[in-house]
Design a protein around this ligand. Sequence first.
Ligand code: GLN
Length: 399
Amino acid sequence: MKTARSGTRLPARKAAGTPYFPARPSRADSFTESVIREMTRLALQHNAINLAQGFPDFPCPPELKMAACDALHADINQYAITWGAKDLRDALARRVKQYNGMAYDPETEITVTCGSTEAMMAGLLATIRPGDEVIVPEPFYENYGPDTQISGAVPRYVRLGEDFAIDEEAWKAAFTKKSRAIIINTPNNPTGKVFSRSELSFIADLCIDHNMVAITDEIYEHILYDGKRHVSIAALPGMRDRTITIGSFSKTYSVTGWRVGYALAGREITSRLRKIHDFLTVGAPAPLQHACVTALELPESYYRELARDYDRKRKILYNGLKKAGFSCELPEGAYYIFSDIAGFGMDDVTFARHLVEKAGVAAVPGSSFFHEGGKTKLRFTFSKKDETLLEACRRLSQL
Ligand code: GLN
């Protein structure tokens, strides 16, 4: 007889074959649990260094911590306005104008969400009807697969070629009458690719020709290397009112657990997105929204130092991976290295397991970023303290 921890007896099950919940198919059956998050659990279980999930193991800027504490002391404990605290939307409007060169009305065109994860989901639900096709460039950040499934969309994957270049003919062929949206992610997770203005112009033309929406995840916009510049597709001609630009505080300010992100879009899309957002989550944590205003007031030097620190980390991990026999390139942006493991003679999942159990380093199997394939790839994040990365490299060198 099963007993609960307290020792009390659980109610007896109904007759065998009569489960409590009839197992009816649901949308959740069409995708698996996140492999990225699973690798974090495995890392914890094996006491391994977690280079799998992209979150920092170093503190956020002290100003943000103070601001969050101040917000709690000031009893900002209740819901903010559902689409975001006014002071945060106002601060976002100023920042987006300054950095991305785009004007959005905080009253009708900016929505604060529970991280970019919710913004992507709300963006799809706001623009997609079940059966519509959504173009997903591949490799893609793991969430986009389930996101399209949950929204009822049919994903159409377009492969990035060698050096992650766009094969224009293949892309043109993927856009059909049913295409409704494309998901863009620049700087890209997992490849580190930063889409150029001309590549984005090519995508913009396709969106305009097919009357489509671009949903663009730009959460790594400040993590760029070697003089690369971030371009927002919404800033290109004809794109403003057909684009949802997603941003976040998670990566730029090292607060992935705060769950504060945002979506910028024209009035019409925003009014739909806000309804979805409201009924999904009501709103992002109010005291943390307050602290995010402080984040947006940090000086320009903060962003320069962020990019400089990540540049150093990128090189530490790159050198370590090379020495350990991985084949990889330095990424142009974001904080991942997407390595090739063909030389090790194991598939991605077996190798990731081997690494976490035997070397004490967790990475993400490449197949998590493809609907098919990716079995010779492994993704490592370098969003960690230098000493964490150096220790991970030491462990990898003993492979
Ligand atoms: N964006 C991070 C990654 O790709 C974290 C994802 C997550 O677990 N929310 O690892």
